[in-house]
Design a protein around this ligand. Structure first.
Ligand SMILES: *[C@@H]1O[C@H](CO)[C@@H](O)[C@H](O)[C@H]1NC(C)=O
Ligand SMILES: *[C@@H]1O[C@H](CO)[C@@H](O)[C@H](O)[C@H]1NC(C)=O
Length: 422
């Protein structure tokens, strides 16, 4: 399909999607969990549920035919159904360009998108005028399940990527995320694979009550900005039993994330679990109530990281717990870095204005490859408050590793390897 024609189709769909600026700061509102007490692992076709197969709308599973229009038509038939409905993507390879799965939908219950086969992204980056690949927006109740795969075909686009992570000015243009959830509440993404996204595997923003479970995300260790799950401005998000091997953070959480649980994540290669960078923009919402437990990090550059920018904006991160984490050959297993992208321990910039408070690292064990396994560098203007380290056992081969503390007085308990800061 010629690019001009495709853009025509997109604009047509725009009107239906009433697109909202991706960096909108409206805070999602908590509401009762509609899946509470239900077995979310089980997929049952409801009595009378309508099955909308993309093949019936002209999609071809040959890995060549452009199925974008077929997917859009099939989505509309699913979303506008006033009986329960599911969109089915069967076996095969379906090439799809950027598109919206926009709501609100008319189905009485959560809509199901069952992906059995592989959805393959187109490679011409100029088509991605809306910034992301598959955009789920304005939905209340959606399940993305089925064991299938999203292949972002990222390889070509990585060659022309800047490093957005350390971009001081935020002029860096991110590559499209594979799956973008925006203004979604009551969402489940479960038993789905993502390979080689152009940008993030999953991007969750302005969302409430989202579960991400049993996901397998893969990209080369060298692929740029391929965060596994990137979350901003969202509340009540639960990640469990995910396996992430990628080129950037396995999970990154920035401003406005509240009440997030990460359980049984296996991460590596990658840059670990990251809160931040924070304090990059004016008026950032606070980050609070984050629980990370029973995770394993293998060969990652960082393990558990909180990072904030010096010489920029205020912000806050509090009530954060990391517990029962195993590290294997991790470079910076425990790191608070309030001198992000500045020379460690000799940063000449104005101190960070982000307040870090009430952080617990407990039962963190395994091996590191760094002489500073516990690196806590806080802001001179706002020293870190109430940071506890309990039962830390990190070894650098046969030798002990070290700790560094600036503008922080950690509270220690139990075993401390490396030794506590004096
Ligand atoms: C946090 O989120 C969970 C769902 O992930 C929810 O059950 C719980 O009520 C939330 N807690 C608060 C304090 O909002
Ligand atoms: C979580 O980790 C703790 C400590 O390593 C362990 O005792 C516990 O069995 C783990 N829980 C699960 C559910 O794996």
């Amino acid at each position: 399909m010629a690019a001009t024609k495709r853009i025509g189709v997109l604009i047509m769909f725009f009107a239906l999607a009433y697109y909202v600026d991706a960096i909108s700061r409206t805070k999602p509102v908590a509401s009762p969990d509609i899946y509470k007490g239900r077995n979310v692992a089980k997929d049952k076709i409801a009595p009378g549920e309508k099955i909308v197969n993309v093949l019936s709308f002209g999609a071809k599973p040959d890995g060549k035919f452009d199925c974008t229009q077929a997917f859009m038509d099939a989505w509309r038939a699913t979303c506008k159904s006033n009986v329960q409905a599911r969109l089915l993507i069967p076996q095969g390879r379906f090439v799809v360009s950027t598109m919206f799965f926009a709501g609100p939908c008319l189905t009485p219950g959560p809509i199901t998108i069952q992906v059995v086969g592989t959805v393959v992204a187109t490679t011409d980056i100029s088509e991605y005028v809306n910034g992301e690949w598959l955009m789920f927006e304005d939905l209340d109740g959606v399940k993305l399940i089925g064991g299938g795969t999203f292949d972002g075909m990222g390889k070509e686009s990585w060659a022309t990527t800047e490093n957005c992570e350390a971009d001081q000015t935020d002029t860096c243009v991110r590559n499209p995320s594979s799956i973008y959830f925006h203004k979604v509440r009551n969402g489940i993404i479960q038993n789905i694979k993502s390979v080689n996204p152009k940008g993030f595997h999953f991007f969750v923003t302005n969302c409430a009550n989202i579960r991400l479970r049993l996901l397998k995300l893969t990209a080369p260790a060298t692929s740029p900005n391929t965060d596994g799950i990137h979350i901003s401005n969202s509340i009540d998000v639960k990640l469990s039993k995910n396996t992430i091997e990628t080129g950037d953070d396995c999970v990154s959480m920035i401003q406005g994330v509240n009440n997030i649980t990460i359980n049984k994540l296996k991460c590596g290669p990658g840059h670990g679990i990251s809160i931040g960078s924070l304090g990059k923009y004016a008026d950032e919402q606070e980050v609070k109530d984050i629980r990370v437990k029973n995770c394993t990090m293998v060969g990652t550059t960082n393990g558990l990281r909180i990072k904030t920018w010096p010489d920029k904006y205020p912000g806050s991160a509090s009530a954060i717990t990391f517990s029962d984490i195993v590290m294997e050959n991790v470079k910076n297993p425990i790191i608070i870095d309030q001198e992000y992208d500045c020379e460690p321990a000799n940063c000449q910039k104005k101190p960070s204005l982000v307040k870090i408070k009430d952080v617990v690292f407990s039962n963190i064990r395994g091996t590191t490859i760094s002489p500073i396994a516990v690196d806590l560098r806080c802001s001179k203007q706002f020293p870190c408050q109430d940071v506890k380290l309990k039962n830390i056992n990190l070894n650098l081969g046969p030798k002990p590793s070290g700790s560094r503390c600036t503008n922080i007085k950690p509270v220690y308990g139990g075993v401390q390897r490396p030794a506590a800061c004096l």
